[in-house]
Write a protein that binds this ligand. Sequence first.
Ligand code: CA
Length: 380
Amino acid sequence: MLRLLASYFIASLCGEGSFEGTSNSLRGRAQNFLDGVKQKVHTGPRQIAGAVLRRGAPCMTRTLLIDTDTASDDAVALIMALRSAEVRVAAITVVAGNVPVAQATSNALFTAELCGSDVPVYSGAEGPLLRKLATADWFHGADGLGDHGYKPAKRRAEPRHAVDALIQTVRENPSIEIVTLGPLTNLAIALLRDPKLAASAKRCVVMGGAPCCEGNVTPAAEFNIWVDPEAARIVFRSGLPLEMVGWQLCRGEAVVNPQETKRVLALKNPIAEFAVRCNSTAVEAFFKQTGQRGMSLPDPVAMGIALNPALCTSSSEHYVEIEVSSELTRGMTVVDRLGVAKDSRNRDVWANTIEHHRKVHVCWSLDIPKWKDLLFSALA
Ligand SMILES: [Ca+2]
C-alpha cells in the first residue's frame, strides 16, 4: 500500500500539470525504484574537470548547473560561481529545503541580481518526493537570509519548471558539471524521467551527507539528505559521477571566524556586506548548536571544490547508501570506507549496491587556506 501511494505521489508530482510530457516510463522507473528492481547504470570511467584545472589549461568552457534551496550559505555559493571567470552558470534550478521553494527562488533571483547576472532561474519541486517538507528557518531565518527585509529582485523566475530546465540543460551541455546545494528532489525527478542524464554530466558535486561523523539535523544525518532521503537514494543509485562534500568539511578551522568576517566587511562593497549580513541568523544558530563562533558555510565549501577540485586534498571512492527506513538514522549516508560491504555478513544487504551501482567520490579534507582565498576573492 505504501509503495502504491508513493508511486502515485511521484507520478502525480512528475507527470501532471507542471511538467512537460510524462510519464508512463517515469511511473515505471519510480515503481522499479520503490520495488527495488535492479537497474543497470552507467559505470564508465570518471572524468574530472579538475584534471584540466590542475594542468593549468584554459577552463572558460566549463559549464555549471546549480541546484539550490537558496538560503544564506547558498547565496554565498552562488556569488562564488556567478563571479567566477572560470565557469559559465547555464542555469540555477531551485528546490524546496531550507525555505519553501517560492522563497528560495526569490532569494536566488536576488543574489543573481546583486551579482549583475542574468542567469536563468527556474523554480522546482515544492517538497520532498514522499515526505512533508521540513524547512530550516530555525537556522537561516524565516526568509532564509536572516530576515533583514531584502526587497524582491526585479526579475522573475523563468516560466518552465526546474526539472524540465534541468533535463534540457544537461542534454544540451553534455560535459556539464552539476552542483547541488539542497535536497536532491529536483535531480531525482529528472533522473527518474531521463535516466540517461546520469551518463551525460561530467561530474556532480553534492553538498550533503555526514560521512564520518555527526549530522547537523539529527545525530546521524545532514539536512539536505535528511529532508528527502528517497530522492538522495535515487541520485546515489543513478550512476551520476558523484562527488560528496559532507557537512564536516565546513567546521573547525573552515569556519570563517569573527576576525575574518571583519576582513570581509572591510572590503566595503554590497556583495561582501550581503554575504555577511544574510548569514547573521545562521551564525547565532551555529554557535548555539556547536559552541563555535563564526560563519560555517557548507554550500560555499562544495562550490569551492566544484570550481577548483584541487581544494579537496584527500578523497576516496566507496559504495554509499542512504538510509530511508529508520526513524533514528533517516538520511544517514552510510559509507563503506573499509570495503566490508562485500563480506559475507554484509553481502545480502549490499548486494544490489555492489552489483549495480557506482562508487561515490567522497571528499575527506579541504585545503582551508586556499578555499578561504577563493571565497574572499569572490567577495572582493
Ligand atoms: Ca543549501
